[in-house]
Design a protein around this ligand. Sequence first.
Ligand SMILES: [Zn+2]
Length: 270
Amino acid sequence: MAEVPEVEIIVRDLREAMVGRTIRTAEVLQPASVRYPTFEEFTASLKDRTILDAQRRAKYILLPLSGDLLLAVHFALWGTLMLVPAEQPRLPETLIIWHFDQDKDLRFVDKLGYARAALGPPDVLAEKLDLNSLGPEALDPGFTVDVLARQLSQRRGVLKTVLLNQRILAGLGNRDADESMWLAGIDPQRPAASLSTKELTWLHDAIVRVLNEGIALRGTQRDLFGRKGQAVHRRNIFEKTGEPCPRCGTRIKYVRIGSRNTHYCPNCQH
Ligand SMILES: [Zn+2]
């Protein structure tokens, strides 16, 4: 599942392997995967553009290109990017291929077909994708307990829903939110604005730890070069309904909160 740690790993790989390289052509195999502009314009505009950097904002991968263009890629639930030899057979779930020199392809794949790419001048793309409305980044060094306290205070709604709102805090997907609240010992059904100072500290530390551990284990998916991450083995409660809580042994409970699958321990999360 592509949450922020998985996206961050691909961004770091792109920075290492793709910055300074020039896209010769782009081949769109599934036109619906281009969110903006039309897929014809997308293909024409990408010809001979050099990748200048690789950045991440929430779950968006942002690649500044020569000619003052920005290429944005969003994995949705299961998308990813793969750097493979050009002669490697194409997976049926391939959405877009960027062809480079040196016989390598950058391939955008998604078995569910929901992943999307977009291209445009940076200000136009920021508006199209609503990038300027995103909240502070949980992986940013500036994300402190005070920032979390400020973002959660005066919010209506339950904690789980508020934590998943990327306009409030950019960085938590469904899995990482459940794991963070378990680690902090806080019930996901609590009103977001009800956390004490001590609980805010626990939650802040848990969020930072869950995201950084995910990155240290190189996520749950394959990286840009096809190496499998190890983070899936470290889940404590996500998708473990009915199994014993690793902390107290109580059976993990499942509940839907705001249409999102939620897993928690009814005994040690308060
Ligand atoms: Zn427990």
